[in-house]
Design a protein around this ligand. Sequence first.
Ligand SMILES: C[S@@+](CC[C@H](N)C(=O)[O-])C[C@H]1O[C@@H](n2cnc3c(N)ncnc32)[C@H](O)[C@@H]1O
Length: 206
Amino acid sequence: MGLYSRYILPHVINCACGTRPIERQRKKVAPLVEGVVLELGFGSGRNLPYLDPQKITKLYALEPEAGMRALSVKAAKTAAFPVEVRSEFAETLDLPDASIDTLFVTYTLCTIPDPASALRATRRLLKPQGRVIFCEHGLAPDAEVQKTQRGVEPMWKRFAGGCHLTRDVKGVLESGGFRVESSEAMYLPKTPRFAGFNVWGVARAA
Ligand SMILES: C[S@@+](CC[C@H](N)C(=O)[O-])C[C@H]1O[C@@H](n2cnc3c(N)ncnc32)[C@H](O)[C@@H]1O
């Protein structure tokens, strides 16, 4: 791992994930999170302030990148409920079957190299009535924005820790074995459209 990835990139991602429009998105989805929670790509813990401590029993904070995990550990100490920071990748996470009430994923399916495989691997962890609460950016509906996304993506990925701009968020969830129960979408205000098309909602195991 290079110095940029280990020491600089986590702070770049932390800032990029902390814009006011993104914080507003977190406020929309985080209150839906409950029970025993598995958050994929916990990062710097930007969702923590919006989670309801009354509703959460425990949160498994999955963060495989060492540099980012240092920020995860720091953030976990501020939580009003138990947070266990884990270093595994979503694809290889070792937790019991049907042990999770909420699979929580924000701005992470863009970065996981094969997000459908990662979701398929975590599906068994979810209780039968468990839900996926998600908020992601991805492929825009407008052809001219898509063109920009495809043009910018190769360079973007290199500097943004592998973040993709052209992922079809609902398609990824469906390929990962989930059925999207409800969703909303919009371009975030004050955000370049190529990076700002957000899709959020609730999914369940298909
Ligand atoms: C853009 S950051 C988003 C962090 C956080 N979810 C948020 O909303 O601010 C994406 C995170 O996904 C993590 N990640 C990448 N591949 C992963 C994988 N295979 N399993 C779990 N997390 C992964 C990265 O280390 C990074 O911290």
